[in-house]
Design a protein around this ligand. Structure first.
Ligand SMILES: [Zn+2]
Length: 520
């Protein structure tokens, strides 16, 4: 590459202009933004217009960060994105958008709001009531602006969806996938079709299926396609597997069951004779020995088939982590101030609770699970490289995963699987919007899209941990400081101050602990 004297001078001039401009930004931008009566932004209030100034933007489509930009929100929509060109601004050629209120995002990163593609709306654990607000506020404090509920109390969750849409309650958008097998699993094709029609009538956005027989899957998916309902499949150990999801055009495979199963040479895992699926310790122990039985060549064919059929994968790597490292899972630092006693109790090993199977969990179990993760992550990376659609969801509220925090951990685990952080962010935003069928209005920072975005204190491309609302520790001027976290979670044009949300969670937990009678 040749560099001439003139081009060096040219770049120097640009660099100088940019430095002067950035200095202006950090010292305040009275010169560049005309002064109108701007209010300090208050949490939970929608403004006629809201500007996010000086943002470094990471969009949800897998492109690198770019900025500084001004983002103008009007009502609940993104109206304009203005790249700030120092030369055009100083010559007066460029005008910055005016707004009623503004957030200065200088030195911060702005991303589309995170979408959690696998949640359960929960207002109780193990039959003990738990305030719904606890989950909602944790989601907002972690930057989550949309959730896909894949099975909860249908009536309550539909109500929550409406209250969230109207802005009556501080919550992410809720997309409701009703359970196909609740109150009872349909046992023949006509019952299956009827159940799908019932769910459609109730107003769901999609359907969640669990272990299911092939003929029932054929019937229900046919009806669902006709009615325009998406299907999320938690396959479990069952007659149907990923080949059936490919054949019947299922929207997404949840977790990972059904994928390695479809690649086992003998068609069935080598279970010991004593295996009982309904014994959760058996179930989770031998699940950790599943991927090793998948034939690599067959597995590649399964993954390719999923890509071609447009079957997405929401792996929820986070929710099995206790299986590979129980002590880590049981000692997450945010438990100290933010783990609700109801959830804490629910996480304790107890055969009565789903996912609380850690009685007699051995180093051998963890070793098998570590291998299982390696193979699982490699398969996920392969799927992504082939062009497969990967989403991010946490399935929190089970197995030592707290709402919201699980989502962020999932993003770290997808990085561990080999994805660039830019891709991980795409999985959590643009890809999840596609899984929901909302890619024309969610998951991107684009004019005309819904105003769902987050302002992050720190660069998540350098460290995804800066997304944690509890922040990260850093050395600045020789001192250790705590920094990071999502500052603002803007959903539907309404800014929520994320640290305030977290401190409200802290108060809720302290209060519940003070009045909590531990079970004996
Ligand atoms: Zn789930």
């Amino acid at each position: 590459m040749r560099t001439t004297r003139t081009s060096i001078a040219h770049y120097r001039r640009i660099a100088f202009a940019l430095a002067a401009f950035l200095a202006g930004l950090t010292l305040g931008h009275a010169q560049t933004v005309s002064q109108t009566a701007r209010q300090p932004v208050s949490s939970g209030k929608r403004y006629k217009s809201l500007a996010i100034r000086n943002a470094l933007v990471i969009d949800g489509n897998g492109t690198p960060a770019a900025g500084p930009k001004d983002i103008l929100i009007e009502g609940n929509l993104i109206r304009a994105i203005v790249p700030l060109d120092p030369v055009a601004l100083s010559s007066g050629e460029q005008k910055r958008p005016e707004a009623e209120a503004e957030i200065d995002a200088a030195g911060k990163y702005v991303l589309p709001g995170l979408i959690n593609a696998h949640v359960h709306v929960q207002d109780e654990r193990g039959g003990v009531p738990q305030p719904l607000d606890y989950e909602l506020k944790l989601w907002l404090s972690c930057g989550i602006t949309s959730v896909r509920d894949v099975g909860s109390d249908l009536k309550k969750t539909l109500q929550l969806r409406e209250k969230s849409n109207s802005g009556e309650v501080a919550a992410p958008r809720v997309f409701v996938y009703g359970r196909f097998d609740s109150p009872a699993a349909p046992v023949n094709a006509s019952e299956a079709r009827r159940r799908v029609r019932e769910l459609k009538q109730s107003g769901v956005d999609g359907i969640k299926i669990f272990a299911i027989d092939r003929d029932i899957l054929a019937a229900m998916s046919g009806e669902a396609h006709e009615l325009g309902l998406r299907i999320a499949h938690h396959a479990a150990v069952a007659e149907s597997n990923a080949w059936d999801d490919i054949r019947f055009g299922i929207t997404s495979i949840e977790h990972w069951y059904g994928v390695p199963d479809a690649a086992i040479e003998r068609g069935v895992q080598d279970f010991p004779a004593s295996y009982n699926y309904n014994n959760e310790t058996d179930r989770f122990r031998y699940a950790g020995r599943l991927f090793r039985e998948a034939d690599p060549e067959r597995l590649a064919k399964v993954l390719e088939g999923m890509v071609r059929a447009g079957v997405a994968w929401v792996p929820t790597l986070d929710i099995y982590e206790a299986s590979r490292d129980l002590v880590r899972a049981q000692n997450q630092p945010w438990f100290r101030d933010y783990l609700h006693p109801t959830l804490e109790e629910y996480f304790r090993p107890n055969p009565q609770h789903h996912g609380s199977y850690f009685i007699g969990w051995t180093s051998t179990d963890e070793t098998f699970w570590k291998e299982n993760y390696r193979l699982w992550m490699a398969a996920l990376l392969d799927f992504g490289r082939r062009g497969g659609l990967i989403g991010v969801g946490d399935d929190a509220g089970f197995i030592y995963q707290m709402y919201g925090f699980g989502m962020l951990r999932e993003m770290e685990l997808q990085q561990e699987a080999g994805f660039h952080p830019i891709r991980v962010i795409q999985h959590a935003t643009g890809n999840n919007a596609r899984i929901l069928g909302e890619e024309e209005r969610l998951g991107r920072i684009r004019p005309g899209f819904l105003a769902d975005l987050i302002v992050v204190d720190g660069n998540p491309l350098a460290d995804l941990k800066v997304l944690y609302p509890t922040g990260v520790e850093m050395v600045r001027d020789g001192k250790v400081v705590r920094t990071g976290g999502v500052q603002w979670t803007i959903k539907d044009g309404i800014p929520y101050h994320a640290p305030t949300m977290l401190s409200e969670v802290g108060k809720m937990v302290a209060q519940a602990r003070a009045s909590h009678q531990p079970a004996r």
